[in-house]
Structures are given as structure tokens and as C-alpha cells.
Write a protein that binds this ligand. Structure first.
Ligand SMILES: [Fe+2]
Length: 192
């Protein structure tokens, strides 16, 4: 998922674990997740990975053109998905949940009671909603959708802005300010 920075290291780590990379699951198009140019720096990502191997990149359909723009990939390198689409990878079912807000086509991945949350939900806080293409109202709706998952779901955020690297949804709801406002209007006054 989200191959960025040391791509050769990621490939050899997978090989070291006896795994074969058969595709990429992309949460969203930002260069720190899929590679590209960010603030004058070039970050390794999908371009380098696809130089090593030919595998499909699975993204939400709304994010596909943005990933193409960020990484220089061809549209034909990507598979655009709808929310609720499932992939079976090595016997594991991966469900894609569209969670717009940070970006239009941000998505999370639900895998056996674990949620890979990208930049939608961190253990403390959520992804920025003041960037080009962000939508604070959509983010509220996406967070409400995630809040409806089973309380035992273990959240794995795309950035570690907290001491722990993962926590149950129940614990995240307890500590995370993004779940405190009771209404969308109240949320927007705090997080827009
Ligand atoms: Fe991001």
C-alpha cells in the first residue's frame, strides 16, 4: 500500500518476507504516499515501483487522474474503483471504502477487522482539509462513516502523529477531537 520513499527497500522487504507484490493499493495522490514532486523535492513512489515490476495500481476512481498527474503514470496503469469494491490478495479480502475530504478520492482499506486509514483518520486528528481539492464537509461525512465501523476495528493511520502506531476505533473515538463535535455545523466551526 502507498509505496513511497525507499521503494527498493519496500520491494526487498516484501521479498524477504516471502511475499510477491501483485499490485498497489493507493489511499490518495499526495507525493508522500505515491511519489512525485513535493515542495521542490522528488519522492520515489509508483514510478520507481513500476520500473521494477508491472502491477496494477488500485485507486478510487475519483483519485485516478490526480495520481496520474502527481506521478506521471498512464491512466492505463491504474484501476479505478467504487466504494465497496473488494479485492482478494493472497487469500485476504480487502474492502475499499471511499472517504473523501482530505482529497476527492481518498480511500481506506478494511482488512480482517483492521482499517488502513491513509490520511483520512489519524489516531489523533485527521488529514488536512485546507489543501487544494480538500472538502471539510465531506471529511465530516467520511469520519462519521468510519465511526460506524465495529468498535473493535483496529485503526492504522497513514502517519504516526501519536505515540501508538495503531489503536481500536473505540479508543480513537475516546481520545480524538475530530469525533467530539455532535453536529456537522459544530465540526465545521472547528476543523474547516
Ligand atoms: Fe495526504
Amino acid at each position: 500500500m502507498d509505496p513511497a520513499y525507499g521503494v527498493a527497500d519496500l520491494v526487498s522487504a516484501a521479498e524477504g518476507d516471502g511475499m510477491r507484490i501483485v499490485g498497489v493499493l493507493a489511499t490518495h495522490h499526495h507525493p508522500d504516499h505515491v511519489g512525485g514532486s513535493m515542495m521542490g523535492h522528488s519522492i520515489e513512489g509508483l514510478g520507481e515501483l513500476l520500473g521494477h515490476m508491472s502491477v496494477p495500481v488500485h485507486a478510487h476512481r475519483d483519485e485516478v487522474p490526480l495520481i496520474a498527474r502527481t506521478t506521471g503514470l498512464d491512466l492505463s496503469d491504474m484501476v479505478g474503483h467504487f466504494s465497496g469494491d473488494e479485492l482478494v490478495v493472497g487469500g485476504l479480502e480487502v474492502e475499499m471504502l471511499h472517504t473523501p475530504g482530505h482529497t476527492p478520492g481518498s480511500q481506506c482499506f478494511l482488512v480482517e477487522g483492521m482499517l488502513v486509514a491513509g490520511d483520512t483518520l489519524f489516531l489523533e486528528g485527521c488529514g488536512r482539509t485546507d489543501l487544494p481539492g480538500s472538502d471539510a464537509g465531506a471529511m465530516y461525512d467520511s469520519l462519521q462513516k468510519l465511526a460506524g465501523l465495529p468498535e473493535s476495528t483496529v485503526i492504522y493511520p497513514g502517519h504516526r502523529y501519536s505515540v501508538a502506531s495503531a489503536a481500536t476505533l473505540e479508543a480513537v473515538k475516546e481520545i480524538n477531537m475530530v469525533f467530539k463535535p455532535r453536529t456537522k455545523d459544530a465540526w465545521l466551526t472547528l476543523f474547516r
